[in-house]
Design a protein around this ligand. Structure first.
Ligand SMILES: NC(=O)c1ccc[n+]([C@@H]2O[C@H](COP(=O)([O-])OP(=O)(O)OC[C@H]3O[C@@H](n4cnc5c(N)ncnc54)[C@H](OP(=O)(O)O)[C@@H]3O)[C@@H](O)[C@H]2O)c1
Length: 239
């Protein structure tokens, strides 16, 4: 049994991954933006061990979430799933700064999974865009962050996932994919024992590795990204 934290798990892919892991018998800690959303989350996933609260658009609440998560015990796996599709401030805070801060502040797990997107291919590996990123920019950064952490922490399995175009609030009702298939790769990387699930520094879709856009695997960009995120947050990634 693994102990797994999933950010942004009130709805959509995060909730679906949580429900799947609970069904498999894992100890799953979910996360919601507010007390009201935490109530909704407990209703949707009554088997969750706990639901932590924190609005990831707030630096202060993100740090408090890391403290609360650490106080609850170390996680075997953390899935950085929370994300927004638009709004400059939210894109930077929720899609970029929050996963970085939580990575740097949480007790180091054995496995890290970062939700990227096929739309990272339209993103720019250019830190000058960070104050006004597009969605694609932030998803390129999430994939580069996963790869950067994999290099810095060889003892941790750190990977990025494209879940496919899935019918959620973000994906829209007309999306071709269902929640089951959209959550499968994250769940597999979080707890699976197959050789394909115990890789690191990779980008996966549908349980298979894909080659991401060149910026993701550019080690100079990865190092510059970690430096910039450390500078902005004041929290360097621990050695
Ligand atoms: N759906 C797709 O087609 C697709 C494709 C590629 C990648 N992705 C990625 O998959 C991940 C999950 O997306 P989804 O489709 O499941 O989206 P979703 O249905 O909109 O769910 C997003 C989740 O993140 C939470 N969240 C958003 N802002 C937050 C904040 N400030 N603080 C705390 N929690 C916050 C939401 O909470 P509330 O419910 O309270 O807002 C919700 O639980 C995202 O990272 C997204 O970029 C999705």
């Amino acid at each position: 049994m693994a102990r797994v934290l999933i950010t942004g798990s009130s709805d959509g892919l995060g909730l679906a991954a949580g429900q799947r892991l609970i069904d498999q018998g894992h100890e799953v800690v979910l996360h919601a933006r507010s007390d009201a959303r935490a109530d909704d989350t407990r209703g949707a996933a009554p088997g969750a061990a706990a639901v932590l609260v924190g609005d990831l658009s707030s630096d202060e609440q993100t740090r408090a979430l890391a403290d609360a998560a650490n106080a609850s015990g170390r996680f075997d796996a953390v899935v950085h799933n929370a994300g927004v599709g638009s709004g400059s401030a939210g894109l930077l805070a929720v899609n970029v700064l929050a996963p970085y801060l939580l990575t740097a502040l949480l007790r180091r797990p054995d496995r890290l999974v970062y939700l990227s997107s096929g739309m990272h291919r339209s993103g720019r590996a250019d830190l000058a865009q960070l104050d006004h990123p597009s969605y694609g920019d932030t998803k390129l950064i999430d994939a580069a962050l996963a790869a950067a952490v994999a290099r810095r922490w060889p003892d941790v399995l750190s990977n990025a996932v494209d879940p496919g175009w899935i019918a959620t609030r973000m994906g829209g009702a007309g999306a071709p994919g269902g929640l089951e298939e959209g959550a499968a790769t994250q769940v597999w990387l979080a707890v699976g024992d197959d050789p394909g699930a115990t890789v690191s520094g990779r980008y996966l879709k549908d349980l298979r590795e894909e080659r991401p856009a060149p910026g993701v695997t550019d080690e100079r960009f990865q190092d510059a990204l970690l430096d910039e995120l450390a500078r902005r947050t004041g929290v360097p990634l621990p050695e």
